[in-house]
Design a protein around this ligand. Structure first.
Ligand SMILES: [Zn+2]
Length: 324
């Protein structure tokens, strides 16, 4: 058992319950609240409270928000959603870290300085508030292949990954990674974390159901990491939902349910690529569709419990154990 920071204060890891492993209360870009007409906080709060109520009614206990500052994190949104906890009843864990377009601040500073910033958001609170980050986000995507030029994205991504590892060890919180699964970017990330002496059980390699390559996914789990099957959009065609569910079923059948987590990568109120429609049903795909599909296709209750509950909890406990 360990303590987890939520936007309503600390919670024992055992109380996380059924957890969506990768979501966004909102998303877009850093500073989006300053662009006229892009982000309305009162609307964002209402959309989130409604989405959390619907998720709670479908059996969800906790949501992990993976929106660092450069993806449009709004700490005042966390505060307002936290103030209405009695209404929705869901625990929300929020993140420090960095999204995929590494901001210029990170270009020339060393990993220890970046780690100090991550640690301050975990240990002291975000932007002078008492909202503490409970997890570290990293995002490796096509930029990983850009290794030349002034911005040298790959070297900056590696720099921030080392910073994340050092902050995770110092503060005892897990790391959750957006990755481009078809490029198998979980592998170089785990290599860096291993080099930094991190317990890989504290790491989730996300967006992993964007591939069907089970050898790659089982290889990540064999190294100790958790595989985040955290993209599940109910608007997708049925064959695609079955394909994504099939990856979860295959991981469970390979004995890795305890290292496989589920989510949507969805937001009820987002500005990524411009304002997206308000969607209070965005967190129902896993509890109302995928879990039933898994049960119907042969997953046991123990597997489903591990996928929804045990896997995420284990990342928090492995992370906390590094700090002790
Ligand atoms: Zn995401």
């Amino acid at each position: 058992m360990s303590n987890v920071h939520t936007i309503n204060g600390t919670l024992e890891s055992a109380a996380l319950g059924r957890t969506l492993s990768h979501e966004h209360l909102t998303n877009g870009m850093g500073g989006m609240e300053r662009v006229p007409g892009l982000y309305d906080e009162a609307e964002a709060v209402d959309a989130n409270v409604e989405a959390l109520k619907r998720a709670r009614a479908a059996g969800i206990d906790s949501v992990i928000d993976l929106t660092p500052l450069d993806l449009g994190r709004q700490v005042s949104l966390f505060q307002k959603v936290a103030a209405r906890h009695d209404e929705h009843g869901v625990n929300v864990v929020c993140a420090t870290g960095v999204y995929r377009w590494v901001p210029s601040y990170f270009f020339r500073v060393d990993p220890d300085e970046i780690a100090r910033y991550f640690i301050s958001e975990i240990d002291d609170g975000i932007e002078g508030t008492d909202v503490h980050a409970g997890i570290i986000k990293l995002a490796w995507d096509v930029e990983y292949h850009l290794d030349e030029g002034f911005m040298t994205p790959r070297s900056q991504l590696e720099n921030t990954a080392r910073a994340a590892a050092r902050a995770a060890k110092a503060s005892g919180v897990p790391i959750s990674c957006h990755t481009r699964a078809v490029d198998e970017l979980g592998t170089p990330l785990l290599d860096i974390f291993e080099d930094e002496g991190l317990d890989l059980r504290a790491v989730t390699i996300g967006h992993s159901n964007d591939t069907n390559d089970l050898d790659y996914l089982k290889g990540l789990a064999a190294r100790g990491a958790t595989v985040g099957l955290d993209r599940f959009f109910v608007q997708a065609p049925e064959e695609e939902l079955a394909r994504r569910g099939g990856v979860a079923l295959a991981m469970a059948q390979a004995g890795y349910a305890e290292q496989t987590s589920l989510g949507h990568d969805a937001t009820p109120y987002g500005c990524w690529g411009g304002r997206t429609p308000v969607n209070p049903d965005c967190w129902l795909g896993v509890p109302a569709v995928e879990v039933n599909w898994l049960r119907d296709t042969g997953a046991s209750d123990a597997d489903i419990d591990a996928l929804q509950t045990g896997s995420v909890r284990a990342t928090f406990e492995a992370a906390a154990a590094m700090k002790r």
